[in-house]
Design a protein around this ligand. Structure first.
Ligand SMILES: NC(=O)c1ccc[n+]([C@@H]2O[C@H](COP(=O)([O-])OP(=O)(O)OC[C@H]3O[C@@H](n4cnc5c(N)ncnc54)[C@H](O)[C@@H]3O)[C@@H](O)[C@H]2O)c1
Length: 249
């Protein structure tokens, strides 16, 4: 119960990896805000956490909207008294349009960046003051191994999240807020099944030392560790959780 009496916001927690993060945090005692665009899925996850004996609140949130993220921060504080942890997991991933950088319609590119890159910044701005008031906190940004793979606008947004992680770690470290990122390899979510062609996935998995796809449950330990006091002197780091897909020197 590492997160008893603590409050966590998980964005994009209506399904997939975010849902697993939210349930993992709730199972260790946190009150969890499901900050999600999809109302039906967000309500479902919050209800399932409550049925399992946890504390949870769904707040319909568009991470790309300053107004919406501010309202989410206020709703979290009204319901649970403040915020200690933020997981910036939401992204346009499942069902994303596939274009090359040279041909992507500019309005789609800008929409994509506003969610996958700026969203993490807006959510951080919405909750960091509460973290300061409560004596500190921790943030995990959800990147991807794609950040290091020249993976078009999806990779660009994830690489930008690394820079946001580094800069926010500098700005918030003196206020006792740690900021790290997780870079998952291929994880078997509905989004991956519908977005990544099977032949490409098979090729990636064959090249990995631990030659299997990840499960959402494989991601939870790393996220909870980075949020917890066990990681009390860790900030500004990008942790690969990817079966060895990426080897950086
Ligand atoms: N699954 C993988 O293989 C994999 C690998 C590396 C990184 N990731 C990253 O992990 C995260 C989750 O992946 P997933 O497979 O669970 O994806 P997913 O597409 O199933 O989940 C994303 C969630 O974000 C929500 N969302 C989208 N736009 C939003 C917005 N504007 N505001 C609030 N919520 C919004 C969606 O409704 C959805 O519930 C994403 O950041 C993804 O880029 C996934």
């Amino acid at each position: 119960m590492r997160f008893e009496d603590k409050v966590a916001v998980v964005t994009g927690a209506g399904r997939g990896i975010g849902e697993s993060y939210a349930k993992g945090l709730a199972a260790e005692g946190a009150s969890v805000v499901i900050a999600e665009l999809d109302e039906a899925q967000g309500e479902r996850v919050a209800a399932e956490i409550s049925e399992a004996g946890g504390k949870s609140l769904f707040v319909r949130t568009d991470v790309a909207s300053e107004e919406s993220t501010r309202a989410m921060g206020q709703a979290a504080t009204s319901a649970f008294g403040g915020v200690d942890y933020l997981v910036n997991n939401a992204a346009i991933y499942g069902g994303m349009e596939m274009h090359s950088l040279l041909t992507v319609p500019l309005d789609y590119y800008e929409k994509f960046m506003s969610v996958n890159q700026t969203g993490a910044l807006l959510c951080t701005r919405a909750v960091y003051k509460s973290m300061i008031e409560r004596g500190g906190g921790a943030i995990v940004n959800q990147s991807s191994s794609a950040a290091w793979m020249g993976a078009g606008y999806y990779g660009i947004a994830k690489l930008a999240l690394h820079a946001i992680t580094h800069s926010l770690a500098r700005e918030l470290g003196p206020r006792k807020i740690r900021v790290n990122a997780i870079a998952p390899g291929p994880v078997d979510t509905e989004a991956t099944r519908t977005t990544v062609p099977e032949s490409i996935l098979k090729g990636i998995i064959a090249s990995m030392p631990l030659s299997r796809v990840g499960e959402p449950a494989d991601m939870v330990g790393a996220c909870l560790f980075l949020l917890s006091d066990d990681a009390g002197w860790i900030t500004a780091q990008i942790l690969g959780v990817d079966g060895g897909q990426i080897m950086r020197v």
